[in-house]
Design a protein around this ligand. Sequence first.
Ligand SMILES: Cc1cc2nc3c(=O)[nH]c(=O)nc-3n(C[C@H](O)[C@H](O)[C@H](O)COP(=O)(O)O)c2cc1C
Length: 286
Amino acid sequence: MNKVAIVYFSGTGNTQVIAELIKNQMADRHVALYRVENVLHHIEEAKLSNYDILGIGFPSYGFNAPLIITEFVKRLKNTRNHQVFLFLTCAGPCYLNDVAAFGVKRILTKKGYEIIYEKVICMPANVLLRYDDELIKRLYDAAIQRTRWLADDISNHVRKIRNDRFLPYLFRWLFVPLEKIAFKLFPLDFTVTKECNQCLKCVRSCPRKNITLKGKIKHGLKCEVCYRCVYTCPRQAIKGRLYNLAIVKDGYNIHEKIETIQSMNAGQPLKGIYKTLESYFNESNF
Ligand SMILES: Cc1cc2nc3c(=O)[nH]c(=O)nc-3n(C[C@H](O)[C@H](O)[C@H](O)COP(=O)(O)O)c2cc1C
């Protein structure tokens, strides 16, 4: 029986949901789940060399991997043919998301890892737009299907690696340097309103230990821009100055949502910009 370790980053829960679904779909194997921040901060000891296959999961941030995932991958020891599969979550099926794993794949390959599988899974947006319950239900059902495909393919030694196509690659080359600058400005943009009662939930939940209480709650400069602090705050006291539009009003809680949508039917046709998701829903296991 192959042992599988899955190391994932999830700012607001979507990627965690997928990691848990993959674990359920691989019921015939021993699968251990690790949060990447716990591994990096030595809160959990993950002896990754004891596992036959490593899974790495993360959200697409501006068509790139989160910094914390890049840091984790850089710290991995060199190996010889240790098998890795990757899964990414994103908020749209935009094919530019294909390149979000580009940098991670390059580092892994240099370190001697053998990438055997990649899957991009579309989940509800945690910024800008609130997806309605029907769409969340459809995305969740599609995610269950896709994690089943992933588990079956890996069991059957089917390899699926996405090609780094020219256009997304060019886009990444142009866009990612600009995005690195923009992401550095995010922590400066966060502001804490007087609703804050200093419960410290944001401090404890920050994956980069970037939030401190110095008289008042302050964000340092190592922000992951994952929005976990924003949505963890029970009083919605963390706002953006310039980027406030990006915050989903009334918060974002995928675990709560999944519990409420489980029993509903999702039959309405997609409208407006959401029509772009139609091809995603119609996709078969390519
Ligand atoms: C800063 C930031 C940047 C994002 N950029 C993208 C993007 O480029 N493409 C995309 O489809 N979704 C993007 N998203 C949406 C997330 O990738 C998506 O909702 C993901 O499933 C969130 O995963 P998590 O809940 O595990 O953090 C972005 C979200 C954030 C917070």
